[in-house]
Design a protein around this ligand. Structure first.
Ligand code: ADP
Ligand code: MG
Length: 371
């Protein structure tokens, strides 16, 4: 950490230069069509800044997981067509991950990427936690900068980590607890309380000795959850867990439970009492970070908990930040994405930046020749 990360102004005069912009155009697609162009629109301020300053812009991104081989399913054609509407004249290279050199950070692939390029801009926050060729390669030789989107993400998320207004509440949910325990641990150092819903809550409930039926849970994480719960108590922090749960009973019928689930039952959402309690915590906070839906919100029967939390995020006077693809999708589904202060374009990247305070992409920019 430490050291200056160059911004667009540090590129010098870009008039007549070819500037490679690493964007995150990893957009959701269905049957070859883009279902949400948020990530393309999010790159426009940087692209427009560069073209207004006389540069020729070449963008490059990954899309999906083609695993190092060309695959028409992951072609950039639809993205290129949308980009041509939003930013005419801007080039877009083929999917970076069609070449194994991207994820392998192969110097030969980096050399091909920077061939004929005069400067590099990283605006791909969603990929900044990966030491891939297009992220860490170009700044080794080219004058480089973070784009406006990346700059905003870094300001907001490092602001949360380093200087939040209290009470600071983190609301965590989603499916995979093992991915997120590092963040829980790091966040416990800075938050005043933690609110846990989603499938994640069942491993915590099991750690407290509750019966969780057949709900999703990760047995090998129970000890860690137990340790986090007692660590929180020692630090005078609160971890709020559900005391009612909505899901299905052993026969698959919709049911509401307390915090003890009978054998065969599955929990798919926080219950109404819990949702109200969680939203009170959010309303009383001055800073809130939310990652991970409170339930299986894709199914209408189990969307209420996530909707209540999303509404509280929109209504609270607190500074509100949402990270995570599915959480952002839930907000958008409820029409509330304009009512929070910052929706991060990076799921994993936002968690890693909060946890570690740095990312490989930022580290690379700090070492650029113009830094
Ligand atoms: P994000 O993308 O916001 O980081 P995750 O990817 O961690 O969130 O988790 C999102 C997924 O978690 C959603 O698809 C949702 O259906 C699922 N989920 C949340 N709660 C539950 C639950 N109780 N049981 C099963 N799946 C759940
Ligand atoms: Mg997700």
């Amino acid at each position: 950490m430490g050291g200056h990360i160059p911004t667009l102004d540090d590129l010098g005069d870009v008039r007549g230069k070819r500037v490679l912009v690493r964007t995150d155009f990893n957009v959701p697609m269905e049957n070859g069509a883009i279902t949400d162009d948020f990530r393309i629109r999010a790159a426009l301020p940087t692209i427009n800044w560069l073209t207004e300053h006389g540069a020729t812009v070449v963008t490059a991104s990954h899309l999906g997981r083609p695993k190092g081989a060309p695959n028409p399913k992951y072609s950039m054609d639809a993205v290129r067509a949308r980009l041509a509407e939003l930013a005419p004249g801007v080039e877009l290279l083929e999917n970076l991950r069609f070449d194994p050199g991207e994820e392998g950070n192969d110097p030969a692939f980096v050399a091909r990427l920077v061939d004929g390029i005069d400067a590099y801009v990283d605006d791909a926050f969603g990929a900044a936690h990966r030491a891939h060729a297009s992220i860490v390669g170009p700044p080794q030789t080219l004058p480089s900068a973070m784009g406006l989107l990346l700059q905003k993400e870094v300001e907001v998320l490092l602001g949360l980590r380093n200087d939040p207004k209290h009470p600071f509440v983190a609301v965590l949910g989603g499916a995979k607890i093992s991915d997120k325990l590092g963040v829980v641990e790091a966040l416990l150092g800075v938050v005043d309380s933690l609110v846990v819903g989603g499938a994640m809550c069942f491993t915590f409930l099991a750690a407290q000795g509750h019966r969780i039926g057949d709900s999703l849970f990760e047995p090998d994480q129970v000890d860690t959850c137990r340790r986090l719960l007692s660590g929180a108590t020692e630090q005078g922090k609160t971890i709020h867990l559900p005391d009612d749960i909505v899901g299905v009973d052993a026969d698959g019928n919709y049911a509401t439970f307390g915090n003890e689930l009978p054998d065969g039952a599955k929990g798919f959402d926080i219950g109404p009492g819990t949702a109200a309690a969680f939203s009170d915590v959010i309303m009383d906070a001055r800073t809130v970070f939310w990652n991970g839906p409170m339930g299986m919100f894709e199914d209408d029967r189990f969307a209420a908990g996530t909707r209540t939390v999303a509404q509280a995020m929109a209504d609270t006077k607190a500074f509100t930040v949402v990270g995570g693809g599915d959480s952002a999708a839930a907000l958008a589904q409820f029409g509330l994405d304009d009512d929070v202060d910052h929706v991060s374009t990076g799921g994993g990247a936002s968690l890693e930046l909060l946890e570690l305070g740095d990312l490989p992409g930022l580290e690379a920019l700090r070492k650029a020749p113009n830094a």
